[in-house]
Design a protein around this ligand. Structure first.
Ligand code: GDP
Ligand code: MN
Length: 387
């Protein structure tokens, strides 16, 4: 689950990380009042669950409270399209109004879960800011990585090591190590999958301030943090992913055109891998679960049918505890509710497979039964070629 910048900054503050002063507003008048109370120049920042706002006009530096009001009016209630949102953009319901800081240098500092290293990695660069992706691509040697022992956490000397590697002056080594230590503790204690400060600004008077903040929480650990779970902003989420999350269905939207209904996360992953290798582009990951009920299958299939990009559907079910006839009944219920169904390619093996296949066959749908995923890939490719 993603947090908004202002929510992420509240967490950073709780871990002693220095920030520019600021407050969130949901109206132009509110933004003006905050700007007045801060005094001087402020920055008005669109709050959406995506970065790249600077490049998209979502970050506005202004001189007066009146200008802050105008900047907020231009953002609130609109959708902002950034390089990270996709063409549909994300709705702006609030702006963060923060004191504008003078920036001498923009650093990058993050903690990410590194699956290969089997733990959280600290990633930093002296070349932070809006072009960090470009830096990572073109000059990977300018990115410093350190994987602390997860049982010990980030030790102070390791924080200092990173500061030296970035070439920071000696006066900034301790402040930087404190920030890195705080960020690492936040990552672990709040069960994050990412915490990122970009830019970590170095001011001309020699202070380090977190000018931007991003926090992504591990959904599977949210039950341990009801206060954080309450920060969820459903409007920022993909509507189909949000519907799946509400139904406790593991679903991730991808960018292909073949909807995939599979039982079991491992089988679902393998299915996506094999389809991708066969030149078929999955529209989603979906694990309906091992012991799903007919209602759950129906919900899952409705989510697939709601995706306007889905032109064909692959069903790959290995009937064990979940019986194939239950899957078929769930599918048919969803199709009845929707009133239509794209061509289906169905691999249905295991418990009650004959009954499941018969139900689908007799429903008058366009359905091809296959025995292997190889055949499924071939069939889906020829369906695409035939259109
Ligand atoms: P993002 O584009 O969504 O990552 O939004 P950021 O909050 O990181 O802002 C983008 C860029 O705007 C930063 O890298 C800075 O260069 C600039 N910026 C943001 N806030 C300030 C500020 O208070 N002062 C100055 N001088 N620049 C800022
Ligand atoms: Mn940023």
């Amino acid at each position: 689950m993603k947090l908004h910048e202002y929510q992420a900054k509240a967490l950073l503050a709780a871990y002693g990380i220095p920030l520019p002063r600021g407050e969130v507003a949901s109206s132009p008048e509110g933004a003006e009042a905050i700007a007045r109370s801060l005094g001087g120049r402020v920055v008005v920042k669109a709050q959406i669950h995506a970065g790249g706002r600077g490049k998209a006009g979502g970050i506005r530096l202004v001189e007066t409270p009146q200008e802050a009001r105008e900047a907020a009016a231009a953002l609130v209630g609109k959708r902002l399209v950034t390089p990270q949102t996709g063409p549909q953009g994300a709705p702006v319901h609030a702006v963060l109004v923060a004191e504008a800081v003078a920036i001498a240098q923009e650093l990058y500092l993050a903690v990410v879960l590194d699956a290969a290293a089997l733990g959280p990695a600290v990633v930093a660069s002296a070349l932070g800011g809006v072009d960090i992706e470009e830096v990572a691509r073109q000059s990977p040697e300018k990115i410093v990585r350190l994987v602390p022992d997860p049982l010990l956490g980030l030790l102070p000397f390791q924080g200092r090591q990173i500061a030296y590697a970035l070439g920071l002056p000696s006066t900034l080594v301790r402040p930087f190590a404190d920030i890195a230590g705080g960020l690492y503790r936040l990552f672990v204690e709040k069960d994050c999958s990412l915490v990122e400060i970009n830019p970590l600004a170095l001011t001309p008077d020699g202070r380090l301030l977190a000018v931007d903040a991003k926090v992504v929480l591990d959904d599977d650990a949210l039950f341990r943090h009801p206060d954080l779970a309450a920060l969820r902003d459903r409007e920022q989420e993909d509507p189909l992913e949000a519907a799946a999350a509400d139904a406790h269905i593991a679903y991730v939207r991808l960018d292909g055109d073949v909807g995939c209904l599979v039982n079991g996360a491992g089988l679902a992953m393998a299915t996506l891998d094999l389809m991708t290798r066969a030149g078929v582009r999955p529209a989603n990951f979906l694990d309906v679960g091992g012991g799903a009920s007919q209602e759950r299958v129906e919900q899952a299939f409705r989510i697939i049918l709601e995706d306007p990009r889905v032109r064909w559907v692959l069903v790959n079910v290995f009937g064990g505890i979940l019986r194939c006839d239950v899957v078929a009944r769930g599918i048919l219920a969803a199709v009845r509710a929707k009133g239509s169904c794209p061509p289906l390619v169905v691999r249905m093996l295991g418990t009650n497979m004959e009954e499941g296949r018969a139900l689908l066959r007799e429903a008058g749908l366009s359905v091809t039964f296959v025995e292997t995923l190889q055949e499924a890939g071939d069939r889906l490719r020829s369906l695409r070629g035939g259109l």
